[in-house]
Design a protein around this ligand. Sequence first.
Ligand code: HEC
Ligand code: HEC
Length: 399
Amino acid sequence: MHLAFPENFVLSKNTEKGQEFFKTRWVVPFISNGRWGRGPHSNAETCDSCHTMSAPEKTRDKLRDTRILKLGVRDLQLERKTRPDTRYGNELSRFGVIGQLLPEGDFSLTWINETIGEVALQRPVPNITDLNFGDFEKDTVFSVRQGNPLEGIGVLSEIPAETIIQFEKEQPNLGLDGRINWVASNKSEKLEIGRFGYKASVPTLLSQVSLAFHDELGVTSTDHPNDPCAGTDSVCSELIKISSPEINDERLNQVTAYLKNLTVKSNRTQFSQDGYDVFRSIRCGDCHRTEVLVTWDTDATEKPEYIDPFTDLLIHDMGEGLSDNLPEWKARGRDWRTSSLWGLGSKVNSRTYFLHDGRAKTIEEAIAWHGGEALPSAKAYFSLEPKEKDSLLVFLKSL
Ligand code: HEC
Ligand code: HEC
């Protein structure tokens, strides 16, 4: 049996500073205990608040705190297919500045019952409350997204572009229609392979990190120089007196280096070969790819190795049940990037829920939501013998 996750996984060094900035509490100026630069509008105080596994008391509704409401104005003429809402930007912010600036708004979730096959499921619908700065634009659409633990994220940067292009070429042979989401970062016009975010609309880890600082914490950088603010100009400019950018490139690179190195603590003692075989036989592995050749650049010695990223980094039509109606570049409402399955076991243990909006309480519920291109594979799962199902689930929980 080959190793699913590389043993000597070192993609970057000197990650302490980055870890510090990832865990740092950012505060609005001029509160003393923390790092200045958050807001005026934001959704959290630290990156960690939405990307940690260590919150065993999470319940489905408390989990809302790791969820965001992504916004986009549909504009199919644009290559990006959406632009930010004029008032509220890319995301509805639930924090303002106490005593000085109201939050942009808040949202709660209503759970709609739905049955797929024999499985009783629930789908969240956002209800926006306390919208404090006027209406959204007419064509603004909303997408609930959940922050996930980021263990293993570095691997997604390392899968060679040619490999992903090859995956795309193989789609007709697999009876699938996965596509590369070609996207441009904020900095350049050049189209690159999108890898990050639930619709693979961000090309590099660094561009994802600077975007997160901006959208989640309201921390500006050279990439995103303007603070998100739905308040009136006078209130906001008063609150944005801190010099811009609020985080410099060196620190963004440090956070990126830290994230690149987050290894997966898989429970290899339970790795079930039987389960792995079932996984491949019912073609979960056609999208959640295994045995992909990557080359680590460790200490100047290039070391090719086969790993299981459990994703092809392509976007797939997952059916109407999962659609959010929010296009991002080439990804339409129903299209989602194949999730890597690393960390599933820890997610089960920490009661973190699954899929882009955290609608699935169990792995089985997540599989039941697989429609569109993934429907045959999901159906094959529900036709398995109980023993095969068990060994597949043991395998998935060991990741
Ligand atoms: C309020 C919750 C929240 C906070 C705070 C937050 N994130 Fe995220 N993060 C998300 C969500 C939701 C997504 C998925 C976004 C999407 O699909 O558009 C995400 C996506 C990501 C991804 C890509 C994950 C993937 O699988 O492709 C990275 C990397 C990331 N965030 C890093 C950060 C960093 C660095 C910070 C701190 C600056 C941060 N996040 C703060 C919620 C959060
Ligand atoms: C056509 C491609 C495709 C196939 C085949 C497929 N998946 Fe997926 N899978 C996806 C995509 C895309 C997502 C992300 C959907 C979302 O977040 O809404 C996903 C998400 C998941 C998740 C949730 C991960 C998380 O952390 O939230 C699990 C678990 C999963 N798949 C397991 C499986 C299993 C088991 C099979 C085989 C029965 C399978 N998948 C077959 C594309 C596929």
